[in-house]
Ligand binder design. Structure first.
Ligand code: S3P
Length: 452
């Protein structure tokens, strides 16, 4: 890590932001939430390795995807933007055109950058180090380094399989047939990206369907990807990517906060524009509909290989449900706000099969249960989920533990609270949802960001 990266990290860990959210309010209007985080990351990675110039629109200008962008710049890729309206232009360097960066790459809070890049960079000709912030430095990396080692990669972790990752270049990779022990799009993508640099075929089989943006975008960039049955995806090493244009839809994971907010608030009516509705991401719509939500998909269309729609949501009485386990990986990032929906529903909601929530940006089972209990909700954490009995939401001080999605979930809870909700440690909302406070205010929530 160089001196400026060190300063940036120290500054980031010192700067603090709390949200003070007044109770009540409603949500009204038509608006577009920021670009999809998963697609934004991949647009930079594939555009950089492609031959030719890739134009991206709707790029997420959040810290996570900007960290990916900076990392590829540091490896010699010329990238213009993002402009104020989210346009990015990438001069691709080809599969073998990346250069060794001057120091460690600081990926901030972004697990997606670290896991995908560990695969993509394992087959390069240079050594490098991938580092992250306090939260990322606690997240498990053996789930990628173990299968990468089977392919012949040499990636060292810190103690306990945690970041930073030290990747040794000049390794000869060989394709593998890998059965993933957990449903993870990050692990699947990491291995497919390493597979592009490996000899022979790489096949990844998943225990349950996970987001398929990597497969779709590789296909858009002209790299052949074969699906075998419903659970396996395979590619041959040694191919090439050809530049193409990417239109990033609005992120359904960011839209989800307003979908729940509009369901639980009184007299709400919002239309979320141009949202990605890839079927591997729409678990939150299915779950909310099971709970009785009033959600309509309007103007459905396809943009650059990804389905999109405008999503209209109006207030509706929600009821508790046992969430079907097959929907869990399809809504994995939305559980913090789904727990808030459950707290406002009549009856009991049971979540099982969601142990992956414990290794996200925070332990989302424990952190949400702690916060909901502070607000007077009957929320019992279990090893792999939570049992929530819906009822009244009180007021109080909760902690987001530097986790963007926890901060935004508790913001929505205020729509039904009896008093002010003070949410500590919200600075990382900027990783996925720049402008959240302004947009939430415009839509009808009385929220104030307080820097400490
Ligand atoms: C992501 C995959 C998910 C998700 C993360 C983004 C991706 O992680 O939680 O926010 O872009 O591939 P897992 O695949 O590890 O569940």
């Amino acid at each position: 890590m160089n001196f400026f990266q060190f300063l940036k990290r120290e500054y980031h860990s010192m700067s603090q932001l709390d949200f003070i959210v007044k109770p009540g309010g409603t949500l009204k209007g038509q608006f577009r939430v920021p670009g999809d985080k998963s697609i934004s990351h991949r647009s930079i990675m594939f555009g950089s390795l492609a031959e030719g110039v890739t134009h991206v629109s709707g790029f997420l200008q959040g810290e996570d995807s900007l960290n990916t962008l900076r990392a590829f710049r540091a490896m010699g890729v010329h990238i213009d933007g993002p402009s104020a309206d989210g346009k990015v232009v990438i001069q691709g360097v080809g599969m073998r055109g990346l250069k060794a960066p001057a120091g460690a790459l600081d990926l901030g809070n972004s697990g997606t950058s670290m896991r995908l890049m560990s695969g993509l960079l394992a087959g390069q000709d240079f050594d490098l180090e991938l580092a992250g912030d306090r939260s990322l430095s606690k997240r498990p990396m053996k789930r990628v380094t173990d299968p990468l080692a089977k392919m012949g990669a040499k990636v060292d972790t810190a103690e306990g399989g945690k970041p930073p990752l030290k990747i040794h270049g000049k390794q000869k990779l060989t394709g593998i047939n890998y059965q993933m022990p957990m449903a993870s799009a990050q692990v699947k993508s990491c291995l497919l990206l390493a597979g592009m640099y490996a000899q022979g075929e790489t096949c990844v089989t998943e225990p349950a369907p996970t987001r398929d943006h990597t497969e779709r975008m590789l296909t858009a960039f002209g790299y052949p990807v074969a699906r075998r049955g419903s659970a396996s995806v395979c590619l041959q090493g040694g191919g090439k990517l050809k530049a193409c244009d990417i239109d990033v839809p609005a992120d359904i994971s960011s839209a989800a906060f307003f979908m729940v907010g509009a369901s639980i608030a009184k007299d709400a009516d919002v239309t979320l524009q141009h949202v990605g509705i890839n079927p591997t991401r729409t678990g939150v719509i299915d779950i909310l509909k099971l709970m009785g939500a009033n959600i309509e998909l309007l103007n459905q269309r396809e943009v650059g290989g990804e389905p999109v729609a405008d999503i209209r949501v109006r207030s509706a009485p929600l009821k508790g449900v046992h969430i079907p386990e097959h929907l869990v990986p399809l809504a994995i990032d939305e559980f913090p706000v789904i727990f808030v929906a459950a707290a406002c529903a009549t009856g009991e909601t049971v979540v099982t099969g969601a142990e992956e929530l414990r290794v996200k940006e925070s332990d989302r089972i424990q952190v949400m249960a702690d916060g909901l209990q502070i607000l007077g909700v009957d929320a019992q954490p279990t090893t792999d989920g939570m049992i929530i009995r819906g009822g009244k939401i009180g007021s109080g001080k909760v902690n987001a533990h530097d986790d963007h999605r926890i901060a935004m979930a508790f913001t929505m809870a205020a729509l039904r609270a009896s008093g002010v909700i003070h949410i500590e440690d919200c600075v990382n909302v900027n990783t996925s949802f720049p402008g959240f406070v302004e947009l939430a205010n415009r839509a009808g929530i009385d929220i104030q960001g307080k820097s400490l």
